[in-house]
Each structure stands twice: as C-alpha cells, then as structure tokens.
Design a protein around this ligand. Structure first.
Ligand SMILES: *Cc1c(COP(=O)(O)O)cnc(C)c1O
Length: 375
C-alpha cells in the first residue's frame, strides 16, 4: 500500500474502538453465545438498567433500532391520524419516518442559525389545534434548546419527545438528554457515540405506564404468552447488542471527553481561517460531538471535499437535503425557500473526521488540509 494510503485519516474507525476493549467485549459476549440468549434476555435487561441509571431515568426499553424506538414511542403515546408533530427539517430522515409510520403529519419549523437545532420561536408559530407533540433532535451531539421547548410544550399541553440518537451523554442543566422530555429515543447504530455490533435503539422515560406499553409493543403486544392485546411489532433488542452496549457504556463519558478534546483542537487550529464557519458550542457540557461540522460556501463544497480527499482526509455531508424537500415527502407540498436557514446550512455543511480514537497528529493533518484549501 502506498504511504499516502496508509496515512489516510478515516471519517470513523470503529475497529480501533473495539480493539481498545476487545477483552471486555469477548468476555461479555461469551455467555450470550453459549446461553443462546439472542433476543432480549439478561444481557439486554442489564444494559437497560445501566443505561437508565446513566441517564437518571426510571425506565429504558431496548429496541431493535433508533427508527423503531421513535416509532414505538409515538405509537405508545397514541400519536396518530389527525395529529401533527412539529419537528426539524435538518435531521436524519428517521425522525420524520416515525411520525409518518403512526399516521400523523410532520410539520417543520426552521432551525437556529447558530446551533442548527429547532428554533423555539418558529416552533411556537407552527402550532395549530391539531398539534399533539414536539419532536426535536439533539443534532450532531448538541442538546437543543429544550428549556424553551419544554415551556412551549407545557403551555400548549403538547407531548415532548426527544430524538437523542446523536447525543448519548450530552447534558442540559445537569441532566442528560433523553431524560427530560416525556420520552427519549436513542439509536445504537454502529457509528453513533454509543454503537452496537449491529442495529439497536432504546426508549427512555420516567413514565411507568409508557415503558410498560413499549415493552409490550416491541414483543408482538403480548401480555403473557400468546395473548396479544393490541397491534404489536417485532422491535426487540438482541442479546448480543445488550452485551456490547453494556460494556461500551462504561467508556462513553471518556470517549465523549476525547471527542470534545478533538473539537477544541480543531477549533484552535481552524480559528480565523477565512471562508469557513466553525460550529458554535455555547455550553460545552451540552455537546458530545457526534459530528464536527463546518460550513463552507455552497459553491465551494464539492471542490473543498475533493481537495480533502486528495490530501487523504475523509469527510461527509450531514445532511444534503431538508427532509420536507425529499421526494418521499412531495405530498406535503413544500418548496425550496420554505426553510431558508436549514437549506443554507444543508447546502454548506461538511463533516470532518470525528471519533474518540483520532490521534493528535490526525487532527493536525485534517486541519492542515482545510487550511491549505483556503490559503
Ligand atoms: C441515527 C438516527 C436515527 C435512526 O437510528 P437507526 O438506529 O439508524 O434506526 C434517528 N434519528 C437521528 C437523529 C439519527 O441520527
């Protein structure tokens, strides 16, 4: 392999993370495999307990993906046809899928230009008599303005459900995100800050009845064996995922801390570079840096990424198109210009390599490649 290839800075390196805890992982996986406890079982129960404790909530229900976690939460809260759910146009599309799965209508409010999360003032303006819930996203690892959104939800008697799929461990006034709304929804997709060995997700809540209903829904709505009390689903977490996640959870705060260190270093090395906008982070404890996203000029993005690529630096775009402007949502009738802030950010965003195991030298190489383009 040529030297330039070996020194490529990857966007993400899951193998490096697994290598660092290999012994712990195999030790935790062995009993699941020997016991053939592949669906739910003691490993999932242990993880549910640990994750609930980590977040400071009473209940955690292990689910088979983040998408399903959102679906189960909305279903169990009786959000359905005739209801509107206000959410963000700037997210991974699963946030909106869940609203559609239960037959409700997604309604979009534009985002805040500094944090790229829902703008509470615009959320309030989007409320109608049909609004049933708010579904904000803690995007890129940064807690959204839940304080303002909670006030709005309380004032208008709306459910507040957090999409915390990108923000495991982020804090807001001392509380972890996912523990503040009526329900928190998490994804453990391998590339998330807390990642499984496959698909995984969870719903967290203090509401005992809600947790109970989601436990039922995920298991074909069985109450006791072969007694199905409503329309059910197969959205259970696998035993192997519970075992892996329980191990990785012990390291999460440390890993998030390493991410914050890389973000700080990127910030120092890229300060003052003309032509880019660095991510805003008004409250450091509120950001777990799932992604490090800079903005460049829209017309420049492709050439910039090509330059990074030539320098052996991987990059990504999260995300290129506002959800309401996707073909899948053409029936909503939105058009370019409806979400000016999100459209601008989504036309300009570039994600730089970000994962705990990045070395200082790699961070410096990424920053040098960025500076080099704008020099
Ligand atoms: C990853 C993600 C999801 C979906 O999670 P999956 O586990 O991939 O189904 C939902 N919302 C957001 C914001 C995400 O980033």
């Amino acid at each position: 392999m040529p030297a330039t290839m070996t020194s490529t800075v990857p966007f993400l390196d899951i193998r490096a993370q697994n290598d660092s805890i290999w012994g712990e992982l195999t030790e935790a996986l062995e009993p699941v495999m020997r016991g053939a406890q592949f669906i739910l079982g003691p490993a999932v129960a242990r993880f549910e307990e640990s994750f609930a404790e980590f977040l400071g909530v009473k209940h955690c229900v292990g689910i088979n993906s983040g998408t399903s976690a959102l679906h189960m939460a909305l279903q169990a809260l009786d959000v359905g046809p005739g209801d509107e759910v206000i959410t963000t146009p700037h997210t991974w599309i699963s946030t909106t899928w869940a609203i559609s799965y239960v037959g409700a209508k997604p309604v979009y409010a534009d985002i805040d230009p500094a944090t790229y999360t829902l703008d509470p003032a615009l959320v309030e303006r989007a409320i109608t008599p049909r609004t049933k819930a708010l579904l904000p996203v803690h995007l890129y690892g940064q807690a959204c303005d839940l304080k303002a959104l909670t006030e709005i939800a309380d004032k208008h008697d709306l459910l507040l459900i957090e999409d915390a799929a990108q923000a495991h461990g982020a804090r807001l006034d001392g509380r972890r995100v996912g523990s503040i709304g009526r329900a928190g929804c998490f994804s453990f997709y391998p590339g998330k800050n807390l990642g499984a060995f496959g698909e995984g997700g969870a719903v967290t809540t203090d509401d005992e009845d809600l947790a109970e209903r989601i436990r039922r829904l995920r298991d074909h709505a069985q109450q006791g064996r072969h007694h199905h009390v409503e329309l059910g689903y197969n959205t259970r977490m696998e035993g192997i995922q519970g075992a892996v996640l329980d191990v990785k959870l012990r390291h999460l705060d440390g890993w998030n801390c390493a991410r914050a260190g890389h973000a700080r270093r990127y910030g120092e090395l890229l300060a003052g570079v003309p032509g880019i906008q660095l991510p805003a982070c008004p409250r450091p404890e509120g950001h777990v840096w799932h992604l490090f996203v800079i903005l460049v000029e829209a017309g420049e993005r492709e050439a910039f990424r090509e330059h990074l690529n030539e320098q052996g630096v991987a990059s990504g775009i999260h995300y290129p198109t506002p959800v309401p402007l996707q073909p899948a949502y053409a029936q909503l009738g939105h058009k370019p210009g409806d979400f000016p802030v999100a459209e601008d950010v989504m036309a300009r965003c570039v994600s730089l390599p970000m994962f705990p195991e990045l070395t200082e030298e790699q961070v410096e190489r990424v920053a040098a490649a960025v500076r080099d383009y704008f020099a």
